[in-house]
Design a protein around this ligand. Sequence first.
Ligand SMILES: *Cc1c(COP(=O)(O)O)cnc(C)c1O
Length: 461
Amino acid sequence: MVERSPDTPGVRERDDTMDDRLTQSLQDLDRHHHLHPFTDARVFNDAGVRVITGAEGVYLTTSRGHRVLDGMAGLWCVNIGYGRPELARAAHDQLLSLPYYNTFFQTSTVPTTRLAGRLAEIAPEGFNHVFFANSGSEANDTAAKMVRWYWHTKGQPSRKTIISRRHAYHGVTMAAASMCGLEEMHPQFDLPLPGFIHADCPYWYRYGRGMDPEDFGIAAARSVERLITENGPENIGAFIGEPVMGAGGVIVPPESYWPEIMRICRRYDILVIADEVICGFGRTGEWFGSNTFGIEPDIMTIAKGLSSGYQPISGVLVHDRIAGVMVEEGGEFQHGFTWSGHPVAAAVALENIDILQREAIIETCRNVTAPHMQQRLQDLVDRPLVGEVRGVGMMAAVELRGKKGTAAMVREEAWKRGLLVRATGESLILSPPLIITADEVDMLADTLLATLDAVESQPAA
Ligand SMILES: *Cc1c(COP(=O)(O)O)cnc(C)c1O
């Protein structure tokens, strides 16, 4: 390997040319053959795909040798950071001993069963059963089916409707997408399906300004009660919510919100599903968002941070209240995926949980780095472009005000400066790996400040 140095422009040029050739050929292949999720091909094909070739800790490297701090932990998932050899070893060893077996016909595998036991240990009191799937969407679809199964078993089959919320994100399969409250996700597919309705959400900055936040939290929760009484409680099966809404824009509910939701759902005997796909495994500073917000759900869906994204795996955690009915009286659950409890994914998830525990990653995050990040981001509040900074644990949003499209501009400018942030509507979203250090948090915050400066001083387009 020849060291690159500014003093040897020849070497530098040759390397760059190599990087460019590789990148261009990959971009061509991608343009011609790869359909991307949530992407308008006509818009993005011109720019060319960014090829990520490696990662370490909180940093990504592209095929052009560009190094960026991953302010999103992939898609909210790489909680322990990139490049942990223990997870590679766990996968390697499991692939050699037993690469696959199913969990259907009275069989299981060692890591799958161990993972079920481990999840019962770390989950809130009363969550002793888990059903495995492979994605957050599958977990939420499974939860929707469990709700119907539960009420059928209880002799109340009319309780089918599931209440979710505007701005919610629960995934893309037909039921999960129906539960989403992001309007652009519905018209292409004639969704939502019947039996999925949407309440208001506790998004104070957009819908509650001028109101006391805690009063607003109660009002937002009461919109769920309104839907229950309008539709008849005998027709409502469950309420589903993310403890903190993620893809909708890191919408942190006022403290009054979740207790009021719990009161309402208990009053009308409606099941509560906490979608912990983002909040689970430390994102809010506790193992689950339900711990942070005092939610006592009946069902919790988990995915992303369960394996820190090193393998696709998800689960539906079921409280004894529900599991008892299903196990004792439900009969055979006519549902399951070929990869439910895949041994390699389970082995990786186990090792991921070990690392989170052994290295006290969630505690450090809660006590040190997350408060530091929230405090550094508060520095942005006074900027002319910034409307609100909100967050909890290691997730945050910086909502901009002013011209539409500014958030996307900031995102592109930040990328050039070595920081990956996401733009959702007019909010910049941050959800870095939980192992980010205080120095790296400073780098993130400084880069964001410099980026906002640069964008603020740009002449209006
Ligand atoms: C990402 C996400 C999902 C969907 O997970 P997939 O693995 O992409 O299917 C569901 N719920 C929430 C809250 C999510 O953020």
